[in-house]
Design a protein around this ligand. Sequence first.
Ligand code: 5GP
Length: 213
Amino acid sequence: MSNRKQFSRRGLMFVISSPSGAGKTALSRRLLEDEPDLTLSVSVTTRAPRPGEQNGVDYHFVSTEDFSIMKNKQELLESAKVFENYYGTPKAEVEQALEAGRDVLFDIDWQGAQQLAQKMRDDLVKVFILPPSTQELEQRLTKRAQDPPEVVAGRMAKAGTEISHWAEYDYVIINDEFEAAYQEIRAILHAERLKRERREGLLDFVDGLLAGL
Ligand code: 5GP
């Protein structure tokens, strides 16, 4: 642990979007491993779990009915239909984490990113991940081998829609090499944490400095 002085700051909302297959999940996982102050916002979804996915860890898997109830009760910060399934961000968990000064990572699509931007622009940092090429994207989707060919074809078609929203993001990373892309995304998180507007605890510190002059 570093002994450097810590200052209180507002937690930030770190949104990562990309077409599926661009490497967003692997980048997010690594970031969560390396950054203890970062919490994943676990979404609710009506889609079926994939092999290896755990309820409450990867997603909260819910029925369409339960999803509608949560939405009607305004328990979701944002929600969207993606690939014929519904996805949404539970509000309570995010609010708790931000209040505790923790940063929250969102793996959500462009529709969710737009909704969050309308509600809480100041705390939001939006990063878009691009694949290095169309061929590479197709290869990665095929290699995942969890989805049948028609699903891969559907995801390729949807990739165009997702990519067309790239210019709505604050940062864009081309994931041609995992380690390099990872260092870039981590650098963004670190720089954003240092933004003056977020560092409320600095006010007293600077007052103290000035008082001693
Ligand atoms: P997958 O089914 O492959 O896990 O996710 C499909 C897409 O839905 C991905 O682009 C993912 O980022 C997006 N997604 C996952 N959770 C949410 C959510 O809570 N809200 C929105 N808007 N998109 C989500």
